[in-house]
Design a protein around this ligand. Structure first.
Ligand code: NAG
Ligand code: NAG
Ligand code: NAG
Ligand code: NAG
Ligand code: NAG
Length: 644
């Protein structure tokens, strides 16, 4: 959709120019191919005179070492544990070599492109011809562009493209080329359904259960404190930071927060989170209308970490004209170098800034704040919706944030092993259908460099909630429709070293107990979730009433709050924040600081024996239904204070 906007914006400028005759080089190699081939959607060749901004992302140095660098500061056994990098060191380490730029420029000039049309970015990360014709690009890249119909609008793409061998060696990506991954299931779902916001409202509920009794039907902050052994009071709030990312315009009402605080955390009445406006994002509540999940999330994050100030990273969806806001917006805002890294944002998935439309945003927010120590994202998307390059670039950035000492937490999704709707799985052709038998992965849960949070619930008829009274969250909300925490294995990213032991143990048991399941997922993939937390029956104040909400949207800020409290204890003791926590929480030494979840199972593909049978069972140790379990804050603080 965004490409069409781009084309419309530019084709108004009808520039007639003689296409330079470009000599086809012999020594070309295919650089990128589309993962999916929606040939049926193809409508026509893209007109040769159409102007496109051709951007060539240069290969960064040292990306191969990124995992090692990250492990060196986050593996509890490392000599340099906790010694996070400065942003300057990160930029310097990964910037492309100068010769890289020269190689690409020489190729373009040799091919007949006027030197004045070839630009380069300030940080040397990419080379651009802002006004390349399609005919020109087709010759440079030895390819053909087509127009695709998608959701009633048109996309453009080529199936694959090639580069001279010497250029291919120094180039990561060329845009726009193969990026729009259009698949049939996307077509069937509205844009709204494609990204799961992991928030499900259930019913009106009694507001004021403040004891750990009744937590099987009404979860309050005290229930979470009882389940997760949370008695710690923050002492270093001026040095600590905790950010919540939001993408909604109709965010929250202060009167709702106050209503919740009056019952559960009276000292917070009147307090708001600190707004960080990204790309025009604002808090714009309209009383009496449908609210986003932000109120609920803030009520818990602020209550569980009080008196820690909470930052609210509000991304401007309406301001950028984006129905589906991209995760790259907050990443650009906390790390200015990411704005241009490997060619910058991809307009297939990210908003076009500067906007070609009247009144649109002229400038993107790049590096406007330091990354908070913990960033909580209650959202999730789907791995198979994006090109591999897009996933890899974003995943690298998550690793860089870990390197700088930030804990990035995302939801693992609300639909078990399946896609945006419960029951949708991948078929042999890589499309999402109800007949598919191959499990899907959430995004960015499938990236090994974030912490993915799954869902649990308090077992029915639990009289007093305490560690050990939880099971996997999984409920049938309508015939054939279930909700349960996302979990499984990436189809694109391999198992990282830090979780190999846990994953091998799980696979060994599965081979013994249910070998038929092994063929439904990538046994060598990054496995998630990493841990889980309660995702059901949250009591929340919403538009002047108490209600209950469910979803991993509540599990994520709960874990974010717990990591924030651990950071407080470390900072108070003169240590660094925990940063990337996965190597620690998957290590044997940390295992007894989690409540192992051993009962229940997640939901799965519709096509595999009934609705839920394609899901994963929880068992001893790590499993894809509940991760390593739910946290025990008191014990985790002890573990983390023992580390340097
Ligand atoms: C809880 O709230 C209800 C009204 O919603 C009220 O009748 C009841 O007395 C309250 N209980 C406590 C313990 O405050
Ligand atoms: C997969 O694609 C092949 C070739 O395009 C086609 O013949 C087959 O029917 C497809 N299978 C499914 C399950 O869509
Ligand atoms: C999916 O399965 C149904 C039967 O459950 C069948 O009618 C339909 O043709 C199948 N679709 C594909 C694409 O195989
Ligand atoms: C919970 O208690 C109710 C009422 O005693 C009973 O009907 C139900 O089966 C119990 N549920 C479980 C999971 O034990
Ligand atoms: C809770 O944490 C404290 C340390 O703060 C520890 O002494 C205690 O044993 C923990 N309780 C449980 C039930 O794990």
């Amino acid at each position: 959709m965004r490409y069409l906007r781009l084309i419309c914006g530019l084709s108004l400028v009808s520039l007639i120019r003689a296409t330079p005759t470009l000599e086809r080089k012999v020594d070309y190699v295919v650089h990128e191919k589309r993962v999916e081939h929606p040939a049926s959607l193809r409508t026509r060749r893209l007109e040769g005179h159409t102007l496109l901004p051709l951007r060539i992302g240069l290969k960064q140095r040292n990306l191969d070492n990124l995992a090692d660098y990250l492990m060196s500061v986050s593996d509890p056994n490392s000599q340099t544990y906790g010694q996070h990098w400065t942003p300057e060191k990160v930029v310097e380490t990964f910037a492309p070599a100068k010769e890289t730029h020269d190689t690409v420029r020489r190729w373009l000039l040799d091919a007949g492109v006027d030197a004045r049309r070839v630009h380069r970015s300030v940080n040397n990360a990419w080379v651009e011809i802002p006004d390349a014709t399609v005919a020109e690009i087709e010759q440079l890249l030895d390819t053909q562009y087509h127009v695709y119909k998608h959701e009633g609008s048109e996309h453009i793409a080529c199936d694959s493209y090639s580069l001279p061998r010497s250029v291919a060696e120094v180039v990561d990506i060329v845009t726009p080329t193969v990026q729009p991954d259009v698949n049939l299931a996307d077509l069937q779902n509205s844009a709204k359904n494609r990204r799961s916001w992991n928030h499900q409202k259930i019913s009106r509920a009694p507001p004021n259960s403040t004891s750990p009794a009744g937590c099987d039907t009404n979860v309050t902050p005290d229930c979470l404190r009882a389940l997760y052994n949370m008695t710690y009071t923050p002492q270093a709030t001026d040095k600590n930071s905790f950010g919540i990312v939001s993408y909604f315009s109709n965010t929250y009402l202060q009167s709702d927060l106050d209503m919740f605080f009056r019952n559960f955390s009276p000292s917070l009445v009147g307090k708001s989170p600190a707004l960080v406006s990204i790309n025009g994002g604002s808090v714009d509540p309209v009383e009496g209308s449908a609210f986003s999940e932000d109120g609920w999330i803030l009520e818990y994050a602020m209550t569980l970490t009080q008196p820690q100030p909470v930052m609210f990273l509000q991304v401007g969806g309406p301001q950028t004209g984006d129905i589906i806001p991209s995760f790259n917006q907050w990443l650009d805002a906390v790390d200015g170098s990411y704005c241009t890294f490997e060619g910058g944002d991809d307009f297939t998935y990210d908003p076009i800034i500067p906007s070609p439309f009247p009144g649109g945003l002229l400038k993107k927010d790049c590096g406007i704040i330091k990354p908070p120590h913990v960033v909580s994202n209650s959202q999730s998307d789907h791995e198979n919706r994006f090109s591999q390059f897009y996933l890899q670039r974003q995943c690298n950035e998550f690793a860089k944030l870990g390197l700088m000492g930030t804990t990035v937490i995302y939801s693992s999704g609300n639909t078990g092993t399946t896609g945006p709707q419960s029951g949708l799985c991948l078929d042999d052709n890589g499309s999402m259908t109800y007949n598919g038998t191959k499990f899907l992965s959430g995004w960015p849960a499938a990236c090994p460099w974030i912490t993915a949070v799954g869902g649990t619930q308090v077992k029915a008829n639990t009289t007093v909630a305490r560690p050990g009274t939880e099971e996997v969250w999984n409920e049938e909300v309508a015939p054939g429709v279930f909700f349960s925490g996302g979990g499984g294995f990436s189809n694109r990213f391999p198992t990282p070293s830090y979780q190999k032991n846990n994953v091998e143990n799980f696979l060994k048991n599965l081979k013994k107990n249910d070998p038929a399941q092994l063929k439904h997922f990538n046994n060598n993939g990054r496995a998630f979730p990493d841990l889980s937390a309660n995702a059901n029956h949250f009591v929340a104040a919403e538009d002047g009433e108490f209600t209950t909400d469910r979803g991993t949207s509540g599990a994520v800020p709960t874990v974010g709050s717990i990591v924030t409290l651990i950071n407080d204890a470390r900072i108070h003791a003169g240590k660094t924040p925990v940063g990337f926590i996965n190597p620690a929480i998957h290590s044997p030494n940390f295992a007894n600081a989690f409540n192992d979840i051993t009962s229940g199972s997640s939901g799965g593909c519709k096509s595999i024996q009934g609705v839920r049978d394609g899901g994963f069972k929880a068992g001893k140790g790590w499993d894809p239904a509940s991760g390593v379990g739910t946290p025990n804050l008191g014990l985790l603080i002890e573990k983390w204070l023992a580390l340097p």
